[in-house]
Design a protein around this ligand. Sequence first.
Ligand code: G1P
Length: 271
Amino acid sequence: MIRQAIIPLAGLGTRLLPLTSVFPKELLPINGKPGLEYILDECINAGIKEFIFIISNKKKLIKKYFYNDKFYKSIIKKKKDTRVIKEYKKILNLKKKIKFVYQNKPLGTGDAILKTKKHITGSHFLILFPDDLIMNKNCSKDMILVHKKFNCSVMASIKVQKKNVSRWGIYSIKKKINKNNFIIKDVVEKPKQKDAPSTNAVIGRYILPKEIFAKLEKQNKGIGGEIHITDSIRKLIKENHIFIGHNFAGKYLDCGSMNGYIKSSLEISKL
Ligand code: G1P
């Protein structure tokens, strides 16, 4: 059973400046709803019972978003707006499920995930990168099904253009299981076009085993001077942990860049 989801939220969001100058990117509205809530809805719908948010001192507004009870209560007392009451109840319910950990130095995804170690209780857990929205079909739910069926780790993936491989983690295939699922042979973080083993890109949804923490503890800095989960995943694969690349069925929206962010509101408004 996958019960816990880790959501890294400590990033500075510089690609979205000036929008992120004082405001966390994950709270920016996408078609009238904070981007983060799409991620949480996906998780709840996939059966997730507990969230571990990785924030930073600069991103405390994210905690405030879930801990603003006094304000809500005073508003609800004054006027009985049923829409606000419903939203408040939703936030209250989510709040009960969230634990917060801090990553105050931007040392990379691997370093962020390592901060959650003491909270992980199960053999596997889910990670979602909030920049990556997947609409129409619940990617996490489908990945959990793949995990259950094959009792292994899973990463969401799409095919990308060769010229863009250096933006992503890229994996090579050992064996095709079926049309959308592949046993991974190797994975490399943001390779140069000439070094890329394929055009299969990892998208921000992972089901990882708790053994990843031992690898992260010893993980050296990789490309860009950061500690990447990709590099620790690579080590687990080398030790014969099974990782499946799952080509998901939903619509992918990259909300981490200004163009992508603007486009995502338009796309979601059409759904
Ligand atoms: C991270 C991962 C990368 C993955 C990507 C998906 O990169 O390191 O392997 O392909 O997320 O969005 P980032 O977006 O943090 O640069």
